[in-house]
Design a protein around this ligand. Sequence first.
Ligand code: ACO
Length: 165
Amino acid sequence: MDIRVIRASDIPHVQTANITNLPENYFCKYYLYHAQSWPQLSYVAVDVSRPPKSPYDPPKIVGYVLAKMEEDPADGIQHGHITSLSVMRTHRRLGLAEKLMRQSQRAMAETFGAHYVSLHVRVSNMAALKLYRDTLGFEVEKTESKYYADGEDAFSMRMDLSSLR
Ligand code: ACO
């Protein structure tokens, strides 16, 4: 498995993964905005176990993290934000999400001087909560009522990045 920075040509495949795995979906231009504004922060996991049959074969993207820096932070503190993370069912529990997250977090701290990273997650999303809280060390900052379009609450989580700066 190859973990590398997202390219503009990956975006349709990342969009497919996003639509397959999550109900929160975005227009192509929102992915491009991330990739062009903060090219160091968004990564894809590519299955390279089978070589492409031709140079036109699309990469087999099995996971991604889409991340950005908060442009006008309300608290005045420079920080990153995870917009979206997902891994295809066929490739889960292989450590890919953890690797994608760690790469992005490192770049936030080293390249942009981020003090912390934030994200939102559904209160019912046990797999993601376990990853964020137990594996990576995020903490719940607050609960945001009816954050999602279907009325579910979100945990607003954050993780200090000072050890990476
Ligand atoms: N149940 C319990 N714990 C889990 C689970 C699970 N299903 N999945 C991951 N974890 C925890 C475990 O502690 C795991 O370590 P272990 O395997 O050694 O026990 C650790 O997280 C690391 O797991 P990874 O293998 O890195 O996680 P994976 O690559 O499988 O991806 C993810 C996890 C992204 C949550 C995946 O299940 C997924 O794509 N789910 C659907 C989309 C989603 O919910 N995305 C997050 C939304 S929030 C946001 O985008 C900001």
